[in-house]
Design a protein around this ligand. Structure first.
Ligand SMILES: C[S@@+](CC[C@H](N)C(=O)[O-])C[C@H]1O[C@@H](n2cnc3c(N)ncnc32)[C@H](O)[C@@H]1O
Length: 293
């Protein structure tokens, strides 16, 4: 029996195209990473954020990464070899002494944890005084949709299944896919200083013949979703969230069908070379300093 690993469906090759190199360099200046000598990336998955960080960190920086999934720990270790020290660990109980790192970071981890403030405090524990806590977390509710392919009824159905399911995930205390919207406030409540918030500048644009950087990878994901009927978080998970968010079984089945039909329309348009989207997303970069005392 194979069991689904956390975020398995979403850890695809398209992920390595999430950041523009020149933008990361700008962020590096704003975060003053030139003085960083040790970094911890939490919830590293298969290492895509770690890889982005390696492009901006000073050579010789000690880089550690952790993930709860043994399979991702192995993949990340294989990907980076000796350059990165990878361990299995939960974000809630990091296996490091107090004040171990100059920079503690994560990408799309906090949206999945049940108690983000607890995790932020644990991140702060392992951060050195004066060190930087910097995270990349989205507002998934703010993504652009493929609405030009939809009637008003279909667009409303897709909006509702999204909104109700996201609320269900929060109600089940399984995370918040738009946590980025409230993270600066949580940072302040956890005592961080000099809080700065930016949004990433990368749009996931798709235009035929889909030959730009990362486009064939993103197209492959859309085709796979249409072929495997994978809408939102997959049937079982989405239904669980939708019902927990107060939706009815009947509405769920109706909206699900519309969601799948939309995937097929997108696939057809891709195959006809007529599909295009600007691909706007809201990925926040939120940082704050740990006080010196
Ligand atoms: C959406 S993926 C992000 C992976 C990577 N940071 C990236 O952006 O490519 C979320 C990752 O967090 C890990 N994860 C989820 N909850 C965790 C927890 N409580 N402690 C440690 N890792 C966790 C999952 O196993 C998964 O690899």
């Amino acid at each position: 029996m194979t069991t689904e690993k956390h975020s398995e469906h979403f850890l695809t090759d398209a992920r390595s195209f999430w950041w523009n190199k020149d933008y990361l360099e700008l962020v590096s200046k704003r975060w003053e990473t030139q003085n960083v000598t040790s970094v911890l990336d939490i919830g590293c998955g298969v290492g895509d954020w770690t890889a982005a960080l390696l492009t901006i960190l000073p050579e010789g920086t000690k880089v550690c990464a952790v993930d709860r999934e043994p399979a991702w720990v192995q993949k990340t270790q294989d990907r980076f070899g000796h350059r990165v020290l990878v361990q299995q660990a939960a974000a809630e109980h990091l296996p490091f002494p107090n004040a171990s790192f100059d920079l503690v970071t994560c990408q799309t981890l906090l949206i999945h944890v049940s108690d983000p403030k607890h995790v932020i405090k644990e991140m702060l524990r392992v951060l050195k005084p004066g060190g930087l806590l910097a995270v990349a977390e989205p507002s998934n509710a703010a993504q652009t949709r493929d609405s030009i392919y939809l009637s008003l009824n279909e667009a409303s159905a897709i909006f509702e299944i999204g909104e109700i399911s996201e609320r269900g995930k929060i109600a089940l205390v399984e995370g918040n896919n738009s946590l980025g919207d409230v993270l600066p406030g949580l940072f302040a409540e956890c005592g961080l200083e000099n809080i700065q918030t930016y949004t990433g500048d990368k749009a996931m644009t798709l235009v035929p013949p889909y030959s730009g950087p990362g486009q064939s990878e993103a197209i492959a994901d859309r085709i796979r979703d249409a072929d495997t009927n994978f809408f939102m978080f997959g049937y079982e998970q989405t239904k669980k969230y939708f019902l927990a968010g107060g939706g009815s079984q009947e509405d769920f089945e109706r909206y699900w069908k519309i969601g799948l039909e939309n995937l097929k329309k997108v696939k057809e348009a891709i195959l006809n070379n007529t599909y295009h989207c600007a691909g706007g997303i809201v990925m926040y970069l939120i940082s704050g300093r740990k006080g010196l005392i």
